[in-house]
Design a protein around this ligand. Structure first.
Ligand code: FAD
Length: 373
């Protein structure tokens, strides 16, 4: 008998339960809803999406394309180059981006994803924290002790990874702490500045991202929150010294950035996605690329795959990302051992590199070309 390439979705009832309504949880739910799954519930511990704020929102063209109009409607700014430098500008290298990098309004992105899910018939249950998962019984227990049965549970709880740790996926998750301030200035820098300087971060880097002509988002990440905060204060002093006239700090926020290798599966019926699975670009800490890429793949795969194969299709995509991130993770560890991003900047400057052409923002090593003026 000839097998139809399409699945009759209306006949299939599969209880998908998503834990966490961040970018990952909402993207998974949206992909499944769009394809035609009908019994999807998203549980979110907060009373709305987008909180607490933590992310900068810098993403590639590829990432924007994956979410399509949802992401395009959230673009605030775009950049064609980055300046990578130390505090005193002794060493400066320009990153020339072949495709623009966008600054997204991150809260709006989650609101748009949530609205699209709701208008397609999906359900988000707010103020419902999932406390425990029982993979052998296909049951979730929420904070009030209510039981929720599932066929597939997708854990998208973000970087703290409490459920992931309880289920043995990670013994002790490794994270950086990222702290940011939205500030108003007399004038803002023309493009993104990345501070590769141990006085701003020993283990990572700091950043200043123009939001509008008189506002910028500054931040730093480090193993310890106090160091990251000290890095942010130093950036404020640097901007002041360089004549940007810091007026005031409008808001401060931050969060954790996973730095261990991705892990995504404990059983066929419990998947981990997003920061919960450490699906983060090791060199930059960006997590939205992986989420958007899996979102796009799932939307395609689910159209043609038996729902029972959902977790396998999902894992195939995750494994591709895992391979890519492993190499980047090794490079980041080597950089850290050699003295961090500052050392890399010094070495490249010493050999005369003044700019680097970046072909793929999401894979800095592919097609990268070093140049001097
Ligand atoms: C300082 C900083 C800057 C960053 N900048 C960038 C950037 O420029 N570009 C980029 O691509 N990425 C960036 N990232 C990373 C990016 O923010 C994350 O990768 C992304 O937000 C991960 O999405 P998520 O849905 O996996 O997790 P989250 O966004 O953390 O969402 C998790 C959700 O799950 C909910 N939740 C948790 N546990 C439970 C539970 N038990 N029950 C119910 N609900 C629960 C939470 O309330 C939350 O809403 C940055 C991160 C930080 C910290």
């Amino acid at each position: 008998m000839l097998k139809s390439p399409y699945i009759e979705w209306s006949d299939i009832v599969m209880r998908i339960r998503v834990i966490g309504a961040g970018a990952a949880g909402l993207s998974f739910a949206l992909a499944a809803t769009t394809v035609g799954y009908r019994d999807i519930l998203v549980f979110e511990e907060h009373s709305r999406v987008g909180v607490p704020k933590h992310c900068t929102g810098l993403v590639s063209e590829t990432t924007v394309q994956a979410w399509g109009n949802i992401a395009r409607s959230c673009i605030i700014n775009k950049f064609h180059d980055y300046i990578v430098r130390d505090v005193e500008r002794r060493n400066t290298i320009y990153l020339k981006l072949l495709e623009p990098v966008y600054l997204l309004n991150r809260v709006k992105l989650e609101e748009e994803l949530a609205d699209t899910i709701l208008s397609a018939g999906g359900i988000i249950k707010f103020r419902r924290r999932i406390r425990t998962i029982h993979p052998h019984h296909n049951v979730l227990i929420d904070h009030e002790g209510n039981r929720v049965e599932y066929d597939i549970a997708v854990v998208c709880e973000g970087a703290p990874r409490i459920l992931a740790r309880n289920l043995g996926l990670y013994s002790k998750p490794k994270n950086l702490v990222g702290i940011q301030q939205l500030i108003s200035l007399g004038k803002s820098p023309e493009t993104v500045i990345v501070y590769a300087d141990r006085r701003i971060s020993r283990n990572f880097f700091g950043w200043c991202v123009p939001v509008s002509d008189k506002m910028a988002l500054i931040g730093a990440a480090d193993h310890h929150g106090s160091n990251a905060y000290a890095g942010v204060l130093r950036i404020l002093r640097v901007l002041e010294k360089e004549g940007y006239q810091v007026r005031n700090v409008i808001e401060q926020f931050g969060g954790l950035i996973p730095i261990d290798l991705p892990r995504s599966l404990i059983a066929d019926n419990v998947l981990f996605f997003g920061d919960a699975a450490s699906l983060v670009k090791p060199l930059t800490g960006g997590g939205l690329y992986a989420i958007s890429r899996v979102f796009r793949a799932l939307t395609n795969i689910l159209k043609h795959t038996d729902p029972k194969e959902l977790s396998h299709a999902f894992m195939a995509e995750i494994n591709m990302l895992k391979r890519k991130f492993k190499l980047h993770s090794v490079i980041r560890s080597a950089l850290t051992a050699l003295g961090g991003y500052e050392t890399a900047l010094k070495i490249l400057s010493a050999i005369g590199v003044r700019f680097i052409k970046i072909e793929e923002y999401d894979d800095l090593l592919t097609g990268m070309k070093l140049g001097s003026w």
